[in-house]
Design a protein around this ligand. Sequence first.
Ligand code: SF4
Length: 458
Amino acid sequence: MCGIIGIYGNPNAAGMAALGMFAEQHRGQESCGMAVSDGKVIRLRKKMGLVKEVFTDDKLREMPGSLSIGHVRYPTKGSATEFNSQPHLVETLSGPCLALASNGDIVNYQEIRNYLEEKQVYFNSDNDGELLVKFIAYKVDKEGYDIQKAIKELMKRFRGAFSTVLITRDEMYMFRDPYSIRPMVWGKASNGAIVVASESCALDTLFVTERKEVPSAGIICVSKDGIKVFENGIKNYRVNENQCHCIFEHIYFSRPDSHHFGENVFEVREKIGACLAEMDEGLDVDYVVPVPDSSNFMGIGYARRKNIPLSLGLIRNHYVGRTFIKPEQTIRDESVRQKFNVLPNFFQGKKIVLIDDSIVRGTTIRKIVELIKLAGASEVHLRIGSPQVKFSCYYGIDTPTREELVANQISLEEIRIKSGADTLKHLPIEALRNCVTAPSDYCYACFNGDYPISIEKI
Ligand code: SF4
């Protein structure tokens, strides 16, 4: 999972990109980068660290120009290094300088890389963003394609998720895989700039009032000639006409104030909470306590449906990063305890429904239940707002291997015992499907192994 941003047509494009990246920091905290064009030169800066650390006012002043792209990274393809950070910049021999930032994962990465390496294209990283931009550069340089034609060719050959923004010195291109797996929205800011982002919360920060989805397999070109939208030009490529949005964007990844795939994220989470409550007829508890922050709205939905009080009994330290997106297990373990604390004297003798969005390795939830029981709760009923995660993701999320997923190691009852909860229930997949308006347009592969894009040869 990563976050992208693109700005066209504002003299402070670097400052606007930094604001957008800051709004998307939850999508990646390992590294960040930005490329800015002043019409003649594209300047690139990327470093390990958070947006506010890497893009200080001084550094932003060194990046003049009215066209920019930015990226916050959480590693999937390629380790957490500066080389693997985005954007990637390529000077073509035939003229255009290209900078690209992408969110997703290329399933047939090795196949395309082999194809390019056989043609003496060299790589500085293992990152799929570099693969995307070098493919386009090769087609432009060696085969005389214009950029739009090169992107169409890319869409025919690349399998996977890619919500992508590309700039030359004076144009911006936005394009997206035919399945629209990762979110990507765009619009016009009140200052006239055209803005594209992974999530609409970034557009809100930049005062974009009318937002639209980048169409599936669509290409949007923004230049001095205006905005040209090319809808799906490669229909034949698609296995079926359905889109395959990542359902986990609604469950966990996205900010609740974002809107994409036709849904308000917070409303989907409230519906999930209500569905969990419907499964608990007859369960008598004192409070619903969500694991903050991603489960807060599920907690609201549950409490409202059962007409019992919600309490924010667990407090999260926001200065510790997201547990799930810390790349090493040792760091992850320490973060859990540093990240959560309980309200003093709140849990003593109370019966609690504890809501969490998912169980992946089982590390986090075990420590949270332990914390609440130590604080005196008499019963903890654990409710999970998603089905059991049993399969890895190949479309932009660094889920563990199948063997590392706790749901593949032990039975549900053993997970309950290990977690320390008195009861444990997951949301069934059919109930999850009922929480979105177009359930056939979603990917549920990490729950049922039904991968919408072939994962062969990986
Ligand atoms: S496999 Fe899971 S995490 Fe990956 S795109 Fe599908 S629903 Fe999302």
